[in-house]
Design a protein. Structure first.
Ligand code: FES
Ligand code: FES
Lengths: 756, 166
């Protein structure tokens, strides 16, 4: 057996096994909280429950391995990469592995957010330990049969061998393994507490990164065959016997509630079954104290049209006549912009980080530079609009669809309808995009309230217009950044944020360049508004990176220093820091910078290609990007983005590259085109004819280079997006001579003549 | 309620629908062909693309009453088993992220390549420009379209990726 890294852990605390009635063994594990002593392992695949276990591995008599996980796929590839990690340590060929998405019973479900870009980072140890434990259980069975020690056996590709050259496949020993494990568990239960903890100190051997045979290989998306042949996969594709379709008319503007409605015309539409209003349940829930952050519902009644098919429901909804009452302010973006600027220039801030004395530094400076960066609201625009299936019956509540916070959604529905959590049965489907929108469960509660009211299985379907009109948007944000320069060095840095509805949180104030400038301060203020805002792919950093990195570029210009060198010099100051709040590693940042500079040809400029460089850290990942802009027919065009990424071990390069390409192009697209305003509480656009998303011909080519190391994997769904807008803005400055302080850039480009 | 009989994926399909029903919703609700997706409903995103007499067409913009004597092909009928060159190329390149837009992308690409079997990079971009991919898998979409008409596609080994018997 190859040398392995040892890791001490208590297997029995998070793993259980059972013999399957149909043959083979089932292993259940719970890696976020330990399994309770009382948990029962199912002996049949149809009885899998995810209350006590995060996932199950079935090893069949023929050696085939099936991994059952309720983890949904939103497009980040975790449904492929997480099982890969288990299969690696279990040491089975990928050809023998099936991945099946499980049904989630939500009571006691411990993971609050499913499918986020951090899944891999959190699951890394647990998934490896699970795979390795399963492998040792099987090896132990083979060793027992041969009468040798497990350490005298070797494993490769699902085949166990001993010194004599005898071999046994996993399938050959799996039944014995299940029996042996069961006996061990019985023995274990009889031990004293001390003996048990001694047993738990067992050493598990994990592979060294250089021994990986599966991790680091290109593995295709596990759902690919279904996607390319159009099989039902998504929430919108789900159907059940007797299901009817529901469209919901919600307030057309923020600050409005329903006053009255007339259903006559709607009811005349062929195939419309019923029209009624909902809202009592939701409003009662909102009145409760314990509503959590995933609940974002307006306090209004809504009108529901139930029909035999989607088209009739849409037509019925369009035929409704409703009167809305303005109960809070009808917001205008222009007015909000002014208020935000006033706040930004005022002194009502909350301090998030303060090093040294910026006021003093600014006083003693040769020069102080101050810039304001502005961004609009952004809708998520998941390609699959919000939708959910609900069937509320006296026996149980069945919910099916795309949501990223299943436990919260189920708990909220239970509380809203006054039911037990154990009655809620939630299944997650593949999701047509998330980008943060599906963290909020408003559409689940609506579906549940509709089904509860009409006592039928229903599917609630939102239109694109609905999604864009009643969204939970990326808030409009403004930054004012000021820096002091003395003797050609940056001596002070003061960042102020004003955002609508909420501010940057957590560790963000400790990202680069925190720690690199002695006098450093981050302050935030928020402007209240009735427009719902929330997480949007790479919350806050999606715009902050643009502001800070553009600003650093301008500072470099002021000082007369090379933009790359400025970053490298700043990083020197962070090396060996004892400040534990600092999140990024200066060494890892240096590495991505050098890699991006080298691979993009930044040091050997080409005529007519304008390159913008930036380096950023967020979501535990260090990234440097160089955008190439050229002028075509008098307009600047982003042709290519070179990306250097340090995300630790790359579990599945094929999937990782897809995430990076998507993140970068998404970042470029929204920085260039994403524009969204409100007038009298109504959004300026509600579909793709008036809202511009980046399209095929505008997408730059993304060239990715990984820093090769053996550090634990970090997420990739988010961190490559934020720097993209900055790299583009800096390249645009070189191409046009103009600095861009406002997103989207396209509106400014159109109104100005380009200096080639 | 009017009755319709349409030729879809090679066979005649009968269903009842209001005459202004867009083909998209008839396919999805009445005929259980959910491959074509709803993205915008106004002809802007291409998620609902199907072939009508071999031409890539937005099914959200076509009424069921306009389709007499037309041959309709959906992603489900593009091939029996996912073996159409465009589907094979899509799998080899591993194009999808969330996957929602991909049926529409594939249908647009397949119809385009029927007309142009040796496209330039720019022609591919132009042909695919009308199909939005919110996940921005555009680089791979371009790559897969080019691969679909590449003679080397035949040599591509079928990558094991999906197997979900429970
Ligand atoms: S749904 Fe038909 S083009 Fe968007
Ligand atoms: S893959 Fe998600 S929209 Fe295209």
């Amino acid at each position: 057996m190859p040398t392995k890294i040892s890791s001490k852990f208590s297997r029995r605390s998070f793993l259980r096994t059972s013999s399957l009635a149909s043959g083979g063994m089932l292993i259940g594990f719970n890696f976020f909280s330990s399994c309770k002593d009382s948990v029962k392992m199912p002996d049949d695949i149809s009885k899998l429950n995810y209350n006590d276990f995060n996932a199950f591995i079935k090893i069949a008599n023929n050696g085939m391995v099936t991994i059952f996980s309720p983890n949904p796929e939103i497009g980040q590839g975790v449904k492929t990469s997480m099982p890969m990690i288990i299969a690696e340590e279990l040491d089975v060929p990928w050809e023998n592995v099936n991945v099946v998405q499980g049904v989630l019973d939500t009571s006691n479900y411990t993971r609050q957010v499913a499918g986020g870009s951090q899944s891999i980072r959190f699951g890394w140890d647990a998934l490896r330990q699970t795979g390795a434990s399963a492998r040792e259980i099987l090896v132990n069975a083979a060793a027992t049969r041969w009468g040798v020690k497990p350490s005298e056996c070797d494993v490769k590709n699902g085949v166990i061998s001993n010194a004599k050259g005898e071999t046994l496949g996993y399938g050959d020993v799996v039944n014995e393994a299940a029996i042996l494990e069961n006996e061990r568990a019985i023995q274990f239960a009889k031990l004293t507490k001390e003996e048990q903890s001694a047993e738990n100190e067992e050493v598990l051997r994990l592979k060294k990164p250089e021994e990986y045979t599966l991790i680091g290989k290109d593995i295709g998306n596990v759902d690919i065959d279904k996607i390319i042949t159009g099989k039902p996969l998504f929430g919108l594709d789900f159907k059940s016997e007797g299901m009817v379709y529901a469209c919901v008319l919600r307030p057309p503007a923020f600050g409005q509630i329903l006053e009255y409605y007339d259903e006559t015309a709607a009811k005349e539409v062929t195939d419309v079954i019923d029209v009624f209003k909902i809202g009592d349940k939701a409003k009662a829930m909102l009145a409760k104290e314990d509503v959590n952050w995933t609940v974002k519902l307006p306090e209004t009644d809504k009108i529901v049209v139930i029909a035999k098919n989607t088209w009739a429901a849409i037509k019925g909804k369009n035929a409704l006549k409703a009167k809305w009452k303005q109960v809070s302010k009808a917001e205008n973006s222009e007015e909000q912009d002014e208020k935000m600027l006033t706040l930004l220039n005022g002194n009502k801030f909350t301090n998030l980080r303060k090093d040294g004395d910026v006021v003093k530094a600014f006083k003693q400076a040769d020069k102080v530079i101050e810039r304001v960066f502005e961004s609009p609201f952004l809708p998520h625009n998941c390609m699959e609009p919000m939708n959910f299936y609900a069937n509320v019956t006296p026996e149980r509540i069945h919910l099916v669809g795309p949501v990223q916070t299943p436990a919260d959604a189920a708990a909220t529905v239970a509380s809203m309808l006054g039911r037990e959590m154990s009655e809620v049965h939630l299944e997650m489907t593949r999701m047509g995009g998330g980008f943060g929108r599906r963290l909020y469960g408003d559409f689940v509660y609506e579906a549940a309230e509709i089904s509860h009211t009409i006592k039928k299985p229903i599917k609630m379907i939102s239109s694109r217009e609905d999604d864009m009109t009643t969204g939970i948007y990326r808030p409009a944000i403004k930054y004012k950044i000021a820096a002091s320069i003395k003797d050609n060095t940056i001596t002070g840095y003061h960042l102020k944020e004003v955002a609508i509805g909420g501010n940057m949180y957590g560790l963000i104030p400790n990202f680069f360049p925190a720690g690199a400038i002695s006098n450093y301060q981050v302050d935030v203020a928020k402007l209240d508004s009735n427009i719902t805002v929330g997480a949007w792919r790479a919350p806050f950093t999606n715009f902050l990176a643009f502001a800070e990195q553009s600003f650093l570029d301008e500072l470099a210009e002021e000082i007369g220093k090379d933009a790359v060198q400025l970053r490298l010099d700043l990083l020197q100051k962070v090396k060996g820091t004892t400040d534990e709040r600092i999140q990024y590693s200066p060494e890892r940042m240096e590495e991505v910078i050098h890699l991006a500079v080298e691979k993009s040809g930044y040091r050997t400029p080409k005529e007519d290609v304008f390159q913008g460089f930036c380096a950023y850290y967020c979501h535990n990942t260090h990234v440097a990007e160089v955008a190439d802009v050229v002028i075509e027919s008098g307009m600047p065009v982003v042709k290519k983005v070179t990306v250097a990424v340090d995300c630790g071990i790359v579990v599945n390069p094929l999937g990782a590259l897809n995430q990076i390409e998507g993140g970068v192009i998404d970042g470029v697209g929204h920085a260039m085109y994403g524009d969204f305003k409100f007038k009298e509480g109504k959004p300026s656009s509600n579909n793709y004819n008036t809202y511009r998303l980046i399209r095929n011909g505008e997408a730059p080519k993304v060239e990715t280079h990984f820093v090769k190391n053996t550090k634990r994997p970090t997420g990739l769904g988010e961190p490559t997006l934020p720097p993209a807008g900055a790299a583009v803005a800096i390249a645009l400055k070189k191409a046009t001579g103009k600095r861009f302080y406002k997103q989207p850039f396209s509106t400014n480009l159109a109104s100005q003549s380009i200096i080639g | 309620m009017p009755k319709y009989k349409l030729k879809i994926n090679g066979s005649m399909q009968s269903f009842e629908a209001a005459e202004d029903t867009p083909l998209l919703w008839a396919l999805r609700d009445q005929l259980n062909l959910v491959g074509a997706k709803y993205g915008c409903g106004i002809g802007q995103c291409g998620a609902c693309t199907v072939h009508v007499n071999g031409i890539a067409t937005r099914s959200c913009q076509l009424k069921v009453s306009q389709l007499d004597n037309k041959e309709i092909t959906t992603i489900e009928g593009l091939s029996k088993d996912g073996s159409h060159p465009v589907q094979k190329a899509w799998k080899e390149v591993d194009v999808p992220q969330c996957g929602y837009c991909q049926a529409g992308q594939i249908m647009t690409a397949a119809a385009f390549l029927d007309q142009n079997s040796n496209p330039t990079e720019q022609e591919i971009k132009n042909a695919m420009h009308g199909n939005i991919c919110r996940c921005a898998a555009y680089n791979r979409i371009q790559k897969a379209v080019a691969l679909a008409v590449d003679p080397n596609l035949a040599n591509v080994v079928d990558r094991k990726s999906e197997n979900t018997q429970a």
